[in-house]
Write a protein that binds this ligand. Structure first.
Ligand code: SAH
Length: 367
């Protein structure tokens, strides 16, 4: 079917989405113009900045694609000190970021849970309760998630990585720590605890088909998710998945698919928050701007202290390794303007979708 006709539809099948994911030339331009227009008319062209603080690369998980997996002995493990985290948060506050994201490897021990709780309380206090806080700290129990929410976090990112359970099994070790259903259950818990809930997938994984990607989009829609971060998979030589690098699409094609995914998702879910992710920029220096031009509305400049940046390499060629926080803030602000968007300073930049869905009980449609 013609892309023009497809874009008039209200609902999309997996095969419609495959057509949109693979269209080229004029059809692609139409798709991108359409998704940009949907963003602009639904939520406007303001971009929300979140200061990303990579608090630690200590991780109990062993995901086969990730550079900070437990078995990688070739990286120096670090934990930012409380002072470093608080000073990064205070930088974000001064520079009117509005929100920060605390991201790190996964830990579930009591010391860690308590420390995050204390940090949340301190960050809230030191910013006069104004800084919004998103967490991205892996799978946690309902009790932990509630504790962190009470301490001040209000958004949480936990990517499902792929909605195809068989593929999930191929990119994770086969044990109870890496279980597709546990991860999905945790996303439901986040929704139940009242977090603005974000998830996402990697694009261009070895063994991933176009149908898988189309199904990922339908999965995000069915989950009624508030925020999405998704980007191209990028190989890392100290991980088991490196062996499958010959099966991958060229990086430029993974980037293109990433942009098509963002564009299609904006059409499917007009009022959610969609991030222009760093992995896009790892392939193309203008990757994030390109995402903002076609419908993304969130950007997360890295404000981790430079001393530890290089040790948080989830994938290779991660950009901004030697870029100071002021420099990266300025650079991002320029890119946002270049993409034709405005920057929204000192606001949380919540997902409109969250407020629209929050009053309905979340239905557990996917098991
Ligand atoms: N521990 C947290 C944060 C993980 S890092 C958690 O479990 O959610 C954030 C994201 O980086 C992951 O969810 C994954 O989607 C992405 N990532 C990891 N390795 C990657 C790679 N090689 N290429 C692209 N993205 C990767």
């Amino acid at each position: 079917m013609e892309v023009d006709t497809l874009l008039q539809q209200k609902t999309f099948s997996s095969s419609d989405l495959i057509t949109l994911l693979t269209c080229t030339g004029q059809a692609k331009e139409k798709l991108f113009t359409h998704s940009k227009k949907i963003r602009d008319t639904t939520i406007g062209n303001s971009v929300h900045m979140r200061g990303l603080i990579e608090i630690s690369n200590m991780c109990i998980k062993d995901c086969l694609y990730c550079g900070i997996r437990r078995s990688n002995k070739h990286i120096q493990r670090y934990d930012l000190t409380d002072e470093e985290i608080l000073s990064a948060a205070s930088f974000a506050y001064q520079y009117q970021y509005g929100s920060i994201v605390l991201q790190g490897g996964e830990r579930k021990d009591r010391t860690f849970i308590k420390r995050i709780e204390q940090l949340l309380l301190k960050i809230k206090k030191s910013s006069n309760n104004t800084l919004g806080i998103t967490l991205s700290l892996g799978e946690q129990s309902k009790e932990t998630l509630q504790r962190w929410k009470e301490a001040g976090a209000h958004r949480y990112l936990l990517r499902i990585e792929t909605s195809n359970e068989d593929l999930y099994k191929k990119i994770h070790p086969q044990d109870s720590l890496h279980n597709f259903h546990t991860r999905l259950e945790c996303i439901h818990l986040l929704q139940e605890c009242g977090y603005q809930t974000g998830t996402g997938v990697m694009i261009g994984l070895p063994g991933q088909s176009l149908e898988d990607l189309a199904n990922d989009l339908l999965f995000l829609k069915k989950l009624d998710i508030d925020m999405v971060g998704m980007g191209p998979y990028i190989e890392h030589h100290e991980t088991p998945l490196w062996e499958k690098r010959n099966q991958l699409l060229p990086q430029t094609q993974r980037l293109q698919l990433g942009l098509h995914m963002i564009s299609c998702l904006r059409i499917l879910m007009p009022d959610i928050n969609i991030a222009a992710t760093t992995a896009l920029q790892a392939i193309d220096p203008n990757g994030r701007e390109k995402a903002l031009e076609i419908g993304a509305n969130v950007i997360m400049p890295n404000i981790t202290p430079l001393t530890n940046r290089a040790n948080y390499q989830l994938y290779e060629n991660k950009p901004g390794m030697d870029e100071g926080v002021e420099e990266s803030t300025l650079k991002i602000a320029k890119s946002v303007l270049k993409s034709g968007c405005k920057i929204q300073f000192s606001t949380w930049g919540d997902s409109l979708h969250f407020y629209r869905r929050n009053y309905k009980p979340v239905k557990r449609q996917i098991k």
